[in-house]
Design a protein around this ligand. Sequence first.
Ligand SMILES: [Zn+2]
Ligand SMILES: [Zn+2]
Length: 349
Amino acid sequence: MKAICITAPDDITLTRRNKPVPAAGEIRVKLHYVGYCGSDLSSYQGRNPMVGFPRVPGHELSGVIDALGTGVSGTFAIGQRVTILPYFNCGTCFACRQNRPNACLNNQTMGVQREGAMAEFCCVPQTHVIPVHNLSQRDTALIEPLAIGFHAVERARIQPGEKIAVLGVGMIGLGIVLAAQRKGAHVIAVDISAHKLEIARQLGARETINGTNEDVTTRLSALTGGDGPSVLLEAAGSPHTFRQAVDAASQCARVVYVGYTKVPVEFETRLFVSKEIEILGSRGATRDDFETVTRFLEDNPACADIIISRIVPIDQADQAMRDWAANPGAITKILVSLLGPENNDGATA
Ligand SMILES: [Zn+2]
Ligand SMILES: [Zn+2]
């Protein structure tokens, strides 16, 4: 079968692998769409310390059940449309014992610490296969990346009418924009890309601030009657925005960090106390988040058209990654199609 492989930093190629055979309790999925995650871009650029090489990337996906291993539940059937929960938790660490599997100490995510799904087929345990009934295969591939933002909004405990700010509106930030509106928030989107801010606005952000030519903290204060946002969600992953979130926060705000910085960050810690802020981390997503996003996309089918930048066949997926690395600000989401050109689910390539 065809598979995309990152063999080393700056080296991505189309390869051939043996078609996997499902072991007992496993399901083989024939992939239809697999999205490139920002973590796949980091892996390609050699900036993802969690990844080992060579690595098949990909954990945002849709497909159909193609084969069942022995002992798989009768609720699964060949041809069923599914996505996959791509996180593998250990089940025994403190987080797992607290029923917080997304924060597992020993988590392995497909395409990062274990082999990913950017291939024609993959096998996973049946416990990771989630049937999807009413979404197109194309839109199903957006469930996982949007779920990361939806999880962050759950962490933020947003109340209706709150003015909240999202720092960084790449894919994760856009999920936050959508999930926060769903909670009734007034969303202010901040980024340094005019293109990404325009997408955030199309998805419902009420105000946008471009950090390249505006003073973000001053604008956030002005837009909130001098108080500052009561919730800030950081999804850019830079030391500057990590600090900005605390600086711009209102008294008693919640600050949620989803981004990963590559370097240590210095804070004015006095503000933690004087503002009595809550600082929260948000990691990955849960099965509940997947279900919430699935219902959201069913009810809001126009969102996917706005989010997806480009769909390429697997034969061009290596070049698409090189293009993304050359111009990250221009692209929100690349989907790789494993379908033949004759049945591309209505999507344009
Ligand atoms: Zn991802
Ligand atoms: Zn664990």
